[in-house]
Design a protein around this ligand. Structure first.
Ligand code: PEP
Ligand code: MN
Length: 332
């Protein structure tokens, strides 16, 4: 059970707590900047009695272990803003850019092309957690600086992956912090991102269930940062022909379970530039709140993930068609 308190009546909170103590309830008080919740797993208490307390705003019955994003308590979609870009609440966001920043020239060129072809945000990694330590691991802080300059030059907010809380000062001018699939359960990192306010793009781990993904988001939300966007990026299955398997069901299921926006990464899901369009279309039709797509002007020579990067012209068509599908969904 989640009890949402009226912040204007908090002086009367003790009455409710005394009642819960008398009932023998075990509960937790979650204090956020604009909300206070009491969470209890006790389902025996009479809800009507709880609602009678002045301080109580709403009561939601849920057994979901994640709380702050539970749809049961938050029926309205959560909107997460990154500059003028809005995730959730019927908006559709296209993020595009290379897997990695390779040079200032490269990121400037791609920024211009994705901007011209429909992107609202620019992506690129500077700290790359690679499977092999011998692969290109990114340009680090110099790469981030180049990304920020390219974003400013073309009026695109930027998102980049952070792999360690110690890097936070380097991300000062980065608009959105990405937590990669490999770090979805790096709870120290998640807690640190909860203690600051920058929006977080949280990617689903290779083998994480929906509840695990939402509990990872909960670490950020419980720290006081309400700005979390989820990302379905494919999971490990027995299928060997694609890099991962896009779990299209995750999109409507996450929307049913929680109020957080969820976007889709068809590039890492399929691992093949020819799969990006069909997977993007499918995800959009399933209700995805946006896409994050790897785009490179010269994918044959990209330092990472060239095989799954589309060229700007292909990105343009994907963007155009997905927006049509999204608009259609808004009508029904
Ligand atoms: C990425 O987006 O660059 C990336 C590494 O993705 P993931 O964490 O989903 O593998
Ligand atoms: Mn990549």
């Amino acid at each position: 059970m989640i009890i949402k308190l009226k912040v204007t009546e908090l002086s009367q909170r003790e009455d409710l707590l005394r009642f819960l103590d008398a009932e023998g309830s075990v509960y937790t008080v979650l204090e956020q900047p604009h909300n206070v919740f009491i969470v209890t797993d006790d389902h025996e208490i009479d809800v009507k009695k709880i609602k009678a307390f002045r301080v109580v705003d709403e009561v939601a019955l849920t057994r979901a272990p994640y709380r702050l994003s539970a749809r049961a308590l938050n029926p309205d979609d959560r909107e997460v803003r990154v500059g003028d870009v809005v995730f959730g609440g019927g908006h559709f966001v296209a993020i595009a850019g290379p897997c990695s920043v390779e040079s200032e020239e490269q990121i400037m060129k791609i920024a211009r092309e994705v901007k011209e072809n429909g992107a609202q945000m620019l992506r690129a990694g500077a700290f790359k957690p690679r499977t092999s330590p011998y692969s290109f691991c990114g340009l680090g802080s110099e790469g981030l600086k180049a990304l920020v300059r390219a974003g400013k030059e073309y009026g695109l907010p930027v998102v980049s992956e952070i792999t360690d809380a110690d890097q936070l000062p380097l991300f000062k001018e980065v608009d959105m912090l990405q937590v990669g699939a490999r770090n979805m359960q790096n709870f120290t990192l998640l807690s640190a991102l909860g203690r600051q306010k920058k929006p977080v793009l949280l990617k689903r781990g290779f083998s994480a269930g929906y509840e695990e993904l939402l509990l990872s988001a909960e670490y950020i939300l419980a720290g006081g940062n309400p700005n979390v966007v989820l990302c379905e990026r494919g999971i490990r299955t027995f299928v060997q022909s694609t890099r991962n398997t896009l779990d299209v069901s995750a999109i409507p299921m996450i929307h049913r379970l929680s109020n957080l926006p969820i976007i889709t990464d068809p590039s890492h899901a399929g691992g093949d530039y020819r799969l990006v369009r069909p997977l993007a279309l499918a995800a959009t039709a399933a209700g995805s709140d946006g896409l994050i797509i790897e785009v490179h002007h010269d994918p044959e020579h990209a330092q990472s993930d060239g095989d799954q990067s589309v060229k700007p012209e292909r990105f343009k068509k994907i963007c155009r068609d997905c927006r049509k599908i999204h608009a259609l969904l808004q009508e029904v």
